[in-house]
Design a protein around this ligand. Structure first.
Ligand SMILES: Nc1nc2c(ncn2[C@@H]2O[C@H](COP(=O)(O)OP(=O)(O)OP(=O)(O)O)[C@@H](O)[C@H]2O)c(=O)[nH]1
Ligand SMILES: [Mg+2]
Length: 488
């Protein structure tokens, strides 16, 4: 960022907005609407943004929203259309945060117009989006709701002007809007012996170390890399649960809980006597978080739910009591409860992946892409996995297919791993002969999305042709490329 640069930019603005230190951060704001002329940049700031650039932004964002099927099927009432995504615009050297929504309009096909609001910054500054997602979402969401509610398109100009001043106001107050890497803090907490450290070893398939592992002293910090190259550093803080460490953690909750992005809380459900103590710790953490005004998503692992306990009535009753208690205490948080065990690798993967996916601002866009692909390939359910078997995104048509999938997917992944290990796999996919009611099959397929090695699991009709998948794969992979760059 040279002085020269900022000067010319200031002239650009023509006194349009107030001068401030971060004037360079937000480069453009565009409201695009799909009208009779196609994707159109309706309200554009700065006013002298190149016409070509405006068009490119409108085309790219709207086409991702509409694809070809999602919008047509929506009939104007698809509640799933409100979502955010981060998209690179390499031709403009910009990165955009886009909100996708529909504007009700009786005269339009499907009774709605597809629309996007895109805020653009230099591609080098993209961490700004990730770091400030929470606030940016509120500002942009509000503007979109106003546009949706407003019958007069004349007011759009005013609404967009407001967004602009709110965004500028917001960036003015930031200490370091130009930091280069997003720092993500993930905590694993719970009583001692709840199984936190074993969970992490299990996820990493370091089973032989589990029996040797000792109680954690203080904090054990490691990093998670979903991909070889990523924009963020994900730090996992495995907090020792013994009394002395627990107390220090609660006393210095500011240090531990400040700016936390995600919490995994572990309860040993076999240790019936200490369940009360575990819940008390949970309540204390929730209170501290509220005091600090931090509301991270929380994943609760009801742990040591080993496969041989699945029939136990007593355990089931306990699980229900714990779930009720947790939900009562945390209505201001996004909470998801999982039953986990180190003897059920998939249970670890599901809980862990759910948590990590909460960190991706593009999770809704990924799901939309999977949904589209599912329609085109007649799939009931799809999972997208990274190289380590972490689930990046999933979609299922209904609960039954999700269940069938949950039961069969892990076996598949295991089979694929084994076959690959022994190099007896000739092609890059595996197909089951028939599962559940024999009318479905599962396809496990390796896909290459630029430098990323990914895996797809699809639950499809037994009669479905594999070439239907092959045919639609290039488009699907192409759409994923840019989302992958911005996954985390
Ligand atoms: N049966 C069963 N045992 C488990 C499971 N997970 C962990 N364990 C055992 O529970 C004990 C404690 O596990 P850790 O992972 O060290 O527990 P922790 O929560 O990290 O404990 P602290 O570091 O002291 O806070 C070990 O003996 C593990 O082998 C599980 O899912 N099922
Ligand atoms: Mg530990």
């Amino acid at each position: 960022m040279t002085d020269n640069n900022s000067k010319s930019n200031r002239e650009h603005l023509n006194g349009d907005i107030e001068d401030n230190n971060n004037i360079n951060l937000i480069k453009a704001i565009v409201l695009s609407i799909f009208d009779e002329k196609g994707p159109t940049p309706k309200i554009v700031w700065p006013s002298d943004l190149e016409e070509k650039a405006g068009l490119l932004i409108a085309m790219k964002t709207i086409s991702l929203l509409m694809g070809d099927s999602v919008y047509q099927d929506s009939q104007g009432s698809d509640a799933g259309v409100n979502y955010f995504g981060i998209l690179p615009f390499p031709d403009l050297s910009l990165n955009g945060l886009t909100y996708f929504f529909l504007i009700p309009d009786e005269t339009a096909r499907g009774q709605a117009l597809a629309a996007t609001i895109t805020v653009l910054i230099n591609e080098d500054d993209r961490v700004f989006f990730y770091e400030n997602m929470k606030y940016l979402r509120i500002i942009i969401d509000k503007a979109a709701s106003q546009i949706q509610a407003d019958k007069e398109s004349d007011n759009q100009e005013k609404i967009m002007k407001n967004v602009r001043s709110e965004l500028f106001e917001f960036t003015k107050d930031l200490k370091d809007p130009f930091s280069t890497r997003r720092q993500i803090k993930v905590l694993l907490t719970g009583l001692d012996k709840a199984g936190k450290s074993s969970f992490l070893l299990g996820i990493r398939r370091r089973y032989s170390e589990i029996i040797k592992s000792l109680p954690t002293r203080g904090v054990d910090r490691t990093e998670e890399n979903l991909f070889e190259e990523q924009n963020s550093v994900i730090s996992l803080w495995d907090l020792g649960g013994q009394k002395q460490y627990r107390e220090r953690f609660l006393e210095q909750s500011k240090i531990y809980l400040y700016n936390v992005d995600l919490i995994f809380f572990f309860i040993d459900i076999q240790d019936v006597e200490r369940i009360g103590e575990a819940l008390e710790l949970f309540r204390k953490i929730v209170t501290s978080l509220i005091d600090l005004d931090e509301f991270p998503p929380m994943v609760i692992c009801l742990n040591k739910f080993d496969p041989d306990l699945k029939g136990s009535k007593e355990i089931f009753k306990n699980l229900e009591i714990i779930a009720d208690e947790i939900e009562q205490n945390s209505d201001r948080f996004l909470i998801k409860i999982f039953q986990t065990s180190i003897f059920d690798h998939w249970s670890l993967v599901t809980a862990y992946s759910f948590g990590l996916s909460q960190l991706s601002p593009n999770r809704e866009l990924f799901r939309t892409q999977l949904k589209k692909f599912a329609k085109k390939t007649n799939s009931d359910a799809i999972l997208l996995l990274n190289e380590n078997g972490i689930i990046l995104s999933n979609y299922s048509k209904d609960e039954i297919s999700q269940k069938v999938f949950e039961i069969s997917a892990p076996h598949f992944q295991e089979l694929y791993r084994t076959f690959k290990e022994y190099k007896i796999l000739k092609q890059d996919f595996l197909v089951s002969s028939g599962i559940a009611d024999e009318s479905k099959k599962i396809v496990f397929k390796k896909i290459q999305v630029e430098k990323y090695n990914l895996y797809l699991l699809l639950l499809i009709e037994k009669s479905a042709q594999i070439n239907k998948i092959e045919k639609n794969l290039p488009d699907f992979s192409k759409n994923l490329i840019e989302l992958m760059h911005a996954y985390i």
